[in-house]
Design a protein around this ligand. Structure first.
Ligand SMILES: Cc1cc2nc3c(=O)[nH]c(=O)nc-3n(C[C@H](O)[C@H](O)[C@H](O)COP(=O)(O)O)c2cc1C
Length: 318
């Protein structure tokens, strides 16, 4: 009989059914998406980006109206309002926080003593060790296959190196969108997975149908990374904007010109401008074929992963 994830450490600690994080997505993972993921048994993560504290509080409260299950908040540590946002997260009793873009020290200092599970998203071993030494509950290893801001390491190369380097739970992110990949990551030692791109195709995801359609149409090589060498390294679908950006970069264009081209890019894509917007999405886009509900996405991936893990000994033969 196929087992479930009932005894998985992450599920037990967080009070969730499936060891699945919906990765925070700027402007996109609002309460509607996060609550749908949490209601489906994973854990939804609200983005907070550069938002002021009162907006973050309002979204947390809206999410609470949409689900009675646990959900998390992603903190971008370069948010100019970060100290106020940390206060809000503490006051609202959010159980899980993921962090990106900067040192997680302030978040850990403020939130870990309250029992909040602080989980930095990290791109290399050095950052993982730092997070563990500061008292993080876990880390999310994020490979360069991911959509959005990316580092250099692939998920496959990074995960085992981080597992060897730290003794806290590790989740894998980047290039995961089906049960095969989830099972593989967990066989390697991850306690769970974080996915972003697959949730862009969720019915509950508030991006334009045109953006969703471009992901469905994408082939394996249809993403591009721009901004290497700057602090804005982004993977998105190829379109007029990202190809022009890349061309200008190669010609040594100055930052003002590049910034003007990319300004509000993700919002433009969300609103349907699939030529001049920035359609952040991961390399796994090439495999995605249709939209679906969060509940179906999560159940399909997790049932398949559990089935593969249950039957794994057969790989060795009798
Ligand atoms: C459109 C988009 C926006 C994202 N925005 C954020 C963000 O604001 N903060 C963050 O920590 N990660 C962000 N990410 C990364 C995701 O949380 C997640 O780690 C990543 O998508 C996982 O890789 P995958 O896309 O291959 O599933 C974003 C990803 C996408 C696709």
């Amino acid at each position: 009989m196929t087992k479930t994830f009932a005894n998985n450490q992450l599920c037990r600690d967080l009070g969730i059914q499936y060891p699945v994080f919906q990765g925070a997505m700027a402007y996109i993972s609002t309460a509607d998406l996060a609550a749908a993921v949490s209601n489906a048994g994973g854990i939804g993560i609200l983005y907070s980006g550069q938002s002021p504290a009162d907006e973050v509080r309002a979204e947390i409260r809206r999410c609470r109206q949409l689900t009675d299950k646990p959900f998390g908040v992603n903190l971008m540590l370069q948010n100019p309002h970060i100290n106020d946002v940390l206060d809000v997260v503490a006051e609202e009793g959010v159980p899980v926080v993921t962090t990106g873009a900067g040192s997680p020290a302030a978040a850990l200092e403020r939130l870990a003593p309250l029992g909040v599970k602080v989980i930095p998203v990290i791109p290399n071993v050095r950052a993982a060790k730092k997070a563990a030494s500061l008292g993080a509950y876990a880390v999310v290893v994020e490979g360069t296959e991911s959509g959005g801001h990316v580092g250099e390491m692939t998920t496959l190369a990074l995960l085992p190196q981080v597992l060897d380097a730290v003794d806290i739970p590790v989740l894998a992110a980047g290039g995961i969108a089906d049960g095969r990949a989830m099972a593989a990551m967990m066989l390697m030692g991850a306690v769970g997975v974080q996915m972003g791109t697959v949730f862009l195709l969720a019915d509950e995801c508030p991006i334009s149908d045109a953006y969703k359609q471009k992901i469905i149409e994408a082939a394996d090589t249809d993403t591009i990374v721009t901004g290497r060498g700057t602090s804005h390294v982004v993977r998105s679908l190829k379109n007029q904007m990202s190809l022009r950006y890349s061309e200008l970069e190669q010609q040594g264009a100055d930052h003002t010109e590049l910034d003007a081209l990319a300004a509000n890019g993700l919002k433009k894509a969300m609103n349907g401008d699939v030529e001049w917007g920035c359609m952040m999405a991961g390399q796994i886009s090439g495999m995605l074929t249709h939209t679906d509900t969060c509940a179906n996405i999560i159940r399909t991936i997790c049932d398949d992963a559990a089935n593969r893990l249950t039957t794994a000994p057969a790989i060795l033969g009798k």
